[in-house]
Design a protein around this ligand. Structure first.
Ligand SMILES: [Ca+2]
Length: 130
């Protein structure tokens, strides 16, 4: 009677798969670290982009260049974030930027032998005859 052959299968192949799994797990850990790092970088970048938007930096309309302001004609328009201001030209004052009458106010620099004549935005001095 011939001996019965019994084939025993070793666990080598299974062990090999387990080793691959270990490497795979290690690889996944590295990948997870990279993904986490990219996530943190993305959040930082998004916060950097979002902060100016939240502050309104990118939502500002330049009323001065668009002509959508109500400054007096004798004023500079100065844009600001979310608003604008008007600054009277030199020689004009008040909320309507009206002419300053330097002669009437006595703030001219005309010589005592000259007449002061008010002009729009300024004044002029004219020497007395002689
Ligand atoms: Ca004047």
């Amino acid at each position: 009677m011939a001996p019965t052959k019994i084939t025993l299968q070793t666990n080598q192949e299974t062990d090999h798969e387990n080793m691959s799994d270990c490497k795979s797990i290690a690889g996944n850990a590295t990948t997870r670290n990279i993904v986490d790092l990219l996530l943190v970088i993305t959040i930082i970048v998004l916060l950097g982009v979002a902060a100016p938007i939240i502050r309104g930096d990118y939502c500002d309309i330049d009323e001065c260049t668009s002509g959508n302001h109500s400054c007096p004609t004798k004023a500079h328009c100065i844009n600001a974030i979310g608003s604008y201001t008007c600054e009277c030209f030199h020689g004009y004052h008040g909320s309507q930027c009206l002419d300053v009458d330097e002669c009437k106010l006595g703030i001219h620099t005309c010589d005592e032998h000259a007449n002061c004549t008010n002009t729009m935005g300024s004044y002029k001095c004219t020497c007395h005859v002689g």
